[in-house]
Design a protein around this ligand. Structure first.
Ligand code: SAM
Length: 357
């Protein structure tokens, strides 16, 4: 029996058990068992069957198997996790945009088993965040002589990004190399980038350096550089700083070429937050419903750091669909999949009612 979840708005949300997803170039796809509230949709089933139909994400928050056997379907050990996840990585890579951030939650060992596979699929490591649940997590009385190690009170949430790649004559160039390549093509000396940006030497030094001190040119600076090259650069090579060979990128388009990131003061890579408890923890009379329920506070942190209102958030492994709740609170568009009908039904009631009581 579930407490704390009461169904008050059951007449809303369910789309008569069926949702039709339209894509621009394909036949409509129909799914049974979809629940929607505002811009947040929960899908019952394997996320692999949905990715193709979901709008491309700005944020992916993946809290899937850990290899701990802690809920039905979680493999008993982490050693084959990379193989387990690979079909998902394939889809995430295919559907991601240059502005997409992936937040990958797992145990330390689970992550260690999949990290190189994530990189193989083109994701660049940005940061590893340690979620420290504190001593309360083990109630302070773990038998270390039996387990022969210090007790574990942490999980990780690892941030990956997809940096833009520019293909030139079949060769992939990083953003930094592409900027240099395009400016070189214009036939102008690099010192002229300062004139383009109205600075003494900052543009050449920051945006056109070959070394690791390279900075991403802000959109206004990019547009100044682009306009200068297209006005004064050799006529035969125009347009410069274009990805379609027809028109140069605008400041707005340039901004979409890198992942969003907003950081509130005082937040570091160590996240001190107790495991979910109190009213937020979904329970039957005596037991937690899902061992892996994540704190809304931390999920909101991920979402706020890497997206704006209205952006699309993916939750491929829903559980109790905590990401969907966080996304709804923050007015993002979100899609979640949960394969287990019991968890799915609880998640539906949760989304339906989370703000009612
Ligand atoms: C770690 S739990 C997620 C917990 C969730 N973050 C929360 O706060 O409730 C992972 C969930 O993913 C589900 N799952 C596993 N493989 C899946 C798949 N291929 N598609 C959809 N859901 C899946 C499992 O049933 C499990 O409930």
């Amino acid at each position: 029996m579930i407490n704390r979840i009461k169904s008050k708005r059951s007449e809303t949300g369910f789309l008569d058990g069926m949702l039709t997803v339209l894509h621009s170039h394909k036949q409509p796809v129909q799914f049974n068992n979809v629940y929607r509230r505002d811009h947040v949709s929960l899908f019952l089933g394997n996320s692999l069957q949905f990715y193709e139909t979901w709008s491309r994400p700005t944020v992916i928050i993946a809290d899937g198997p850990y290899g701990l056997g802690s809920y039905p379907g979680d493999p008993p050990t982490p050693e084959f996790l990379a193989d387990w996840y690979e079909p998902h990585f394939r889809w995430w890579t295919q559907q991601a945009k240059p502005s997409t951030t992936l937040w990958f939650w797992n145990s330390e060992l689970g992550w260690a088993n999949v990290h190189s596979k994530i990189q193989e699929w083109g994701w660049e490591f940005r940061n590893c965040h340690i979620w420290n649940k504190g001593i309360g997590h083990i109630a302070g009385n773990c038998n270390t002589q039996t387990i022969r190690k210090f007790p574990v009170t942490t999980e990780v949430c690892v941030q990956y990004v997809r940096n833009a790649e520019f293909v030139v004559n079949g060769r992939k160039l990083s953003m930094r190399d592409w900027l240099r390549y395009e400016w070189n093509r214009s036939g102008l000396p690099f010192s002229k980038t300062n004139e383009a940006c109205g600075t003494k030497n900052a543009a050449t030094r920051k945006y056109f350096t070959k070394d690791h001190l390279w900075y991403y040119p802000p959109p206004e600076a990019f547009e100044q550089i682009q306009k200068y090259a297209n006005r004064f650069g050799q006529k035969e090579g125009r347009p410069y700083f274009s990805t379609d060979g027809v028109k140069p990128l605008t400041a707005g388009e340039w901004e979409m070429m890198r992942p969003k990131f907003y950081c509130k003061n005082g937040i570091t890579n160590v996240w001190e937050e107790p495991a979910v408890r109190g009213a937020e923890r979904l329970k039957t009379l005596s037991k937690c419903i899902h061992n892996n329920q994540k704190p809304l506070k931390l999920l909101e942190r991920c979402i706020e750091a890497s997206s704006d209102v209205g952006d699309v958030v993916w939750e491929p492994f829903g559980g109790l669909c905590s990401v969907a709740i966080a996304a709804h609170r923050l007015k993002r568009t979100a899609v979640s999949a949960e394969i287990n009908p019991d968890y799915f039904n609880i998640a539906v009631k949760r989304l339906e009612n989370y703000d009612v009581f």
